[in-house]
Write a protein that binds this ligand. Structure first.
Ligand code: SPV
Ligand code: MN
Length: 617
């Protein structure tokens, strides 16, 4: 190894006595040719070293509040780079038209070519993490290599340290490998965005990410690992790796019921995980598996939050607000930095400052781009990264190796015109197919590309699939079939609009939907059967609105929100059926379940296109 190991680093690596790990590190050194190598064992000293490195190299700068820093990504690097992300597979093994792939040898040659010598004169950071709790049957050790102290720091906030897990699992550890370089920097920001590549090598369980800093593209354990674990889960069977939050909802008599929920990015997942009175286990990625009795358990793959900061305000998000305003090890990204060391973001409820610095440089009120379009003070996908331990409502079982018992599963998307605010499926198969596999959502700023376009996004996981949709759905169906008692499945829609184009629900109404679902899990609330699922009864919601939000929920609101919109639902079924008819090897159940739902909608249409819940009872 030609590079110079920073004091103690070589020994830290050697002590893990893992030839495959040493091989991976040595391969990355030969490829990237760093000047120095730092190996972290996750000790407080090593974590501090990384934080200092990031301040020294300018990727982060200090803010006024203790522990707070700010990082900027390039203006072209403000979200997940879908077009530059590819799954590498051998010729002749396509994954279907919706998954972007590249021939493996060609992709490896290209990305390794770009990475050749990319760390010359720089330090390579090597660190170890664990996806899922330590000492668990679900623990997955991971090795992250990067030349970005910001990425390293971010991962230290978001993921469990894994040095001890590598030691526990020994030389047989089947670890995931991530190698990243921010590439050439200009003002501490990635310069060569044109050469940004995020290539996922399935055969080697290795991800290469280069010329990007945005954490969704660079932090290996986040969405890069998700692609690898979806495939692992499907091949091994008996567990699922999902784009789901995980949180406890309190019910009558002090009981706590855990829900996991899949929502596309920027569609209310974090705010659902953070509702008042609940406890958060995770806000982005969950693993689901079984205990010895075949009951479903769930755990957070991560242990931190990389949350969207836009619209986080004191009234709607008091718990996040408090963390963002307390001394914490916390990184803001792509917000507006003010001269007094404070920050500003859109939707905070605070007055917009006259000037500051943002990802595009100096910003002042009235600033316009080359086309005369106003430049916003902060990016809509601006974020914060912080450990979940900072939150008062962090769940006591966050690190429990056995996870938590899963009470229910939720699917939700940004749907302006079709689905009711909340409903329960007729069972596992119906929920997986009619809700999860049929999920559609309007696109958001979390990905680079056109906004507000309706996109088919099965299980909110389409961007992260590394196996065909057919295979992935089959794994989901099989999982429920082998459970002793699969958890009930629900769908929610926070974005339904009325005839006037206004949202029909307030942000906090989700608290009521969650309480209703909690009651349903335990058989403590009735429901009305409709062609698309079970919907709440007015009386139950009236009581819950009063208890939870303290106001009288009117029959008119209920009628409007829970009207079955048959033309929109039928149109949706047509769109989804077409997708699955054209998909090779879709599980047999898919067209059967969708066809049955379409038939129920057609039968109901005899009573009109728009049926109020009263008429469905
Ligand atoms: C998402 O976009 O779904 C996120 C943030 O959770 S990212 O890290 O970009 O994936
Ligand atoms: Mn996400």
């Amino acid at each position: 190894m030609g590079a110079q190991f920073i004091t103690g680093s070589f020994e830290k690596l050697e002590q893990l006595k893992n030839p495959k790990l040493t091989q991976f590190v040595s391969d990355c050194i030969s490829l990237c040719k760093p000047e120095k190598v730092f190996v972290s064992n996750g000790s407080e000293t090593d974590l501090r070293f990384i934080r200092e490195e990031s301040l020294k190299n300018g990727e982060e700068s200090k803010l006024a509040a203790k522990g707070h820093t700010i990082h900027f990504d390039s203006a072209e690097d403000q979200g997940r780079a879908v077009d530059d992300t590819k799954i590498l597979i051998p010729t002749g093994t396509g994954l279907g038209s919706s998954i972007s792939t590249k021939e493996r040898n060609e992709g490896l040659a290209e990305v390794r070519g770009i990475m050749n010598g990319i760390m010359e004169g720089r330090t390579m950071y090597v660190q170890f993490h664990c996806l899922g709790p330590l000492n668990s049957t679900i623990s997955i050790p991971c090795a992250q290599i990067t030349d970005s102290a910001y990425v390293t720091h971010t991962e230290n906030l978001l993921y469990r340290q894994g040095y001890e897990e590598f030691r526990r699992q020994g030389a047989s550890a089947k670890f995931l490998k991530f190698v990243h370089s921010a590439g050439e920097l200009e003002n501490a920001v990635t310069k060569n965005i044109g050469k940004r590549r995020i290539y996922i090598d399935l055969a080697g369980e290795t991800v290469y990410s280069v010329n990007t800093q945005y954490a969704g593209n660079s932090a290996g354990l986040k969405k890069l690992a998700l692609r690898l674990t979806i495939r692992r889960a499907s091949e091994q069977g008996g567990w699922l790796s999902e784009h789901m939050y995980l949180a406890g909802v309190s019910g009558p008599g002090g009981r706590e019921t855990y829900f996991s929920g899949a929502f596309p990015s920027a569609c209310g997942k974090t705010s659902t995980a953070m509702v008042r009175g609940g406890t958060i286990v995770g806000d982005d990625i969950s693993y689901l598996w079984f205990d010895e009795q075949k009951q479903v358990r769930a755990a957070n793959a991560e242990r931190g939050m990389f949350g969207i900061i836009t619209d986080v305000n004191a009234k709607d998000d008091p718990l996040i607000w408090e963390v963002l305003h307390s001394p914490n090890d916390l990184i803001f990204s792509n917000v507006l930095k003010l001269a007094d060391g404070k920050v500003f973001w859109m939707g905070s409820g605070e007055p917009t400052p006259a000037k500051g610095i943002n990802y595009a440089g100096e910003w002042h009120e009235g600033k316009a781009d080359a086309n005369g379009k106003p430049v916003k003070p902060s990016h809509p996908n601006a974020r914060f990264a912080v450990s979940l331990s900072a939150f008062k409502n962090s769940d006591a079982n966050l690190d429990n190796p056995k996870g938590v018992p899963l009470g229910g599963i939720i699917y939700g998307g940004r749907d302006y015109d079709t689905s009711v605010p909340v409903q329960q499926s007729f069972g596992w198969e119906h929920g997986i197919i009619a809700y999860g596999a049929s999920l559609e959502s309007q696109t958001t700023t979390a990905t680079i590309g056109a906004l507000d376009v309706r996109k088919f996004d099965p299980m909110a996981n389409r961007d992260f699939l590394s196996i065909s949709i057919s295979k992935y759905l089959q794994s989901n169906l099989d999982f429920g079939a082998s459970a002793k008692e699969p958890p009930p499945i629900f769908s929610v829609n926070y974005f339904l609009k009325g005839k006037d184009g206004k949202f029909l629900n307030a942000k906090r109404d989700k608290e009521v939907w969650l309480k209703w679902m909690e009651l349903r899990v335990h058989g403590d609330a009735g429901a009305i059967e409709t062609p698309t699922g079970f919907i709440p009864k007015y009386g139950d919601l009236k009581k819950l609105f009063k208890e939870v939000l303290g106001y009288d929920y009117s029959p008119a609101s209920y009628g409007e929100q829970f009207t079955l919109r048959i033309p929109e639902n039928l149109a949706k079924m047509e769109r989804i059926i077409k997708i699955y008819e054209e998909m090779p090897n879709a599980p047999e159940a898919v067209l059967r379940v969708l066809g049955a739902q379409k038939a129920r909608l057609l039968a109901a249409q005899k009573n009109g296109g728009y049926i109020t819940p009263g008429k469905l009872e």
